[in-house]
Design a binder for this molecule. Structure first.
Ligand code: NAD
Length: 320
C-alpha cells in the first residue's frame, strides 16, 4: 500500500488536475459508470462532525472511502478545521492500494466543483465575482473560480469581517481588485456568487439576487446548515453534484422540506457536462449549483495523486 502524507499532496496535484478529474467524474456519474455510496455523517458534539464518503467508479477503476470531519476548534491549534484521509482499494481484489492525505485534496476538489459549475452555467460575460464566506475553503474557491471567466473584481461578505483580509490577499495575489461589501451590494452587482460558510441559517436572501446570476452554494454539506433562502431555490434553475445528497444534506434540503421544490427539478451537473441535459437557457435565469461534496470527487483527486507519485517514485510503500 502506498502512503502519501498530507505534506506531499501540494507537489502532486494541481488545481487544473482537480478540475479535469472532477469534471470527468461528474460526467461518468451521469453516464451511469460511477456511483456514490450513502454518506455517513454524525455529530460528535461541540460542533464536531465526522463521517465517511465512498463510491465506485467503474470507468476510472477507483474504489474507496474518504474518512474525515470538521473540527471547528482546530484553527486555534494551528490546524485546518477539516481533517481527512482517503483510502483506495483495488476494485478487483478489495486489497488496499493507497492511503492519501485528504485535507488539501478536499479543498482542491471542492473548489474544482464550484469552478466547473461556473464554467458550465455562468453567463459568458460574467465580470463580477461575489464571495460569501472567508474561511479556509474560500481562498481555494476564489483561486479556482477566478480562472474560468474574465472577472474584473471580487466583492466579499463574511459574518466575521475580521477574516476578510486573508481573502483580500488572495485576490491581490491573482490581480483582482477586492471590496468588502454589504450583502445588498454583493447581490446587486455580482454575476457569479460562491457561498462557502458553515452557517446554520440563510445569509443570502432571494431579494438580494438579480436576474442572470449564477450561484455556487458550496458550504452546506450537512443536515442543518443553510446559506441561502429557500425561495431563491424555488426561483432558480437547480443543478447539483448528486441529487440524493442535495435533497438530504445539501442546500436543497430546506426547500424540499418546505415543499417548494421537488428532487426531480434538480439536474446533475454531470448530465450537462456529458451533453445529456441543458445548462443555462437564457441570460436572465438564475442558476444555482448545490455542491454537497461527493465521495467520488475525493477518489478522483486521490487517484491523480497516486498515479503522479508512482510515476515519480514519491511516497512510502508498506505491506498490509
Ligand atoms: P472555516 O471554519 O474555515 O470557515 C467557516 C466560514 O463560515 C467562515 O467564513 C466563517 O466566518 C463562516 N461562519 C461561521 N459561522 C457562521 C454563521 N453562524 N453564519 C454565517 N457564517 C458563518 O470552514 P471552511 O473549511 O472554509 O468550510 C466552510 C464550509 O464549507 C463548511 O460548512 C464546510 O463543511 C463546507 N465544505 C463543503 C464542502 C463541499 O464539498 N461542499 C467541502 C469542504 C467544506
Amino acid at each position: 500500500m502506498l502512503i502519501l502524507p498530507e505534506a506531499l499532496i501540494a507537489g502532486l496535484v494541481t488545481p487544473e488536475d482537480a478540475f479535469s478529474a472532477v469534471e470527468a467524474t461528474f460526467a461518468a456519474m451521469a453516464r451511469g459508470e460511477a456511483a456514490n455510496f450513502p454518506v455517513v455523517r454524525e455529530a460528535l458534539g461541540e460542533g464536531r462532525q465526522y463521517g465517511f464518503k465512498s463510491g465506485f467508479d467503474r470507468a476510472g477503476a477507483t474504489l474507496g472511502v474518504k474518512s474525515g470531519g470538521y473540527f471547528p476548534g482546530n484553527a486555534e491549534k494551528g490546524l485546518t478545521n477539516h481533517q481527512s484521509v482517503v483510502l483506495l482499494f483495488d476494485p478487483d481484489t478489495g486489497r488496499p492500494t493507497a492511503m492519501v492525505g485528504g485535507n488539501l485534496l478536499t479543498a482542491l476538489r471542492t473548489a474544482a466543483a464550484a469552478a466547473i459549475s461556473v464554467d458550465q452555467l455562468a453567463r459568458r460575460d460574467a465580470r463580477v465575482l461575489g464571495i460569501v464566506g472567508a474561511g479556509h475553503q474560500a481562498q481555494f474557491q476564489l483561486r479556482a473560480v477566478a480562472k474560468v471567466r474574465r472577472f474584473e473584481k471580487v466583492l466579499a461578505w463574511n459574518r466575521h469581517p475580521e477574516k476578510l483580509p486573508k481573502l483580500a490577499a488572495v485576490a491581490a495575489e491573482i490581480g483582482l481588485p477586492f471590496e468588502a461589501v454589504t450583502l445588498d451590494r454583493l447581490g446587486a452587482e455580482s454575476d457569479v456568487i460562491v457561498t462557502i460558510t458553515s452557517s446554520p441559517k440563510a445569509s443570502l436572501l432571494d431579494r438580494h439576487i438579480r436576474a442572470g446570476t449564477h450561484l455556487a452554494c458550496m458550504g452546506t454539506d450537512t443536515k442543518g446548515k443553510q446559506e441561502v433562502e429557500p425561495a431563491l431555490l424555488a426561483r432558480a434553475r437547480l443543478f447539483t453534484d448528486e441529487v440524493a445528497q442535495s435533497v438530504t444534506i445539501g442546500e436543497a434540503q430546506h426547500a424540499v422540506a418546505e415543499g417548494i421544490i421537488k428532487p426531480e427539478g434538480i439536474t446533475p451537473i454531470g448530465a450537462v457536462i456529458a451533453g445529456l441535459a441543458a445548462g443555462r437557457q437564457s441570460d436572465d435565469e438564475v442558476t444555482l449549483f448545490d455542491g454537497t461534496g461527493i465521495g467520488l470527487q475525493d477518489l478522483a483527486v486521490a487517484d491523480v495523486a497516486v498515479r503522479r507519485a508512482i510515476g515519480r517514485g514519491a511516497g512510502e510503500t508498506v505491506g498490509v
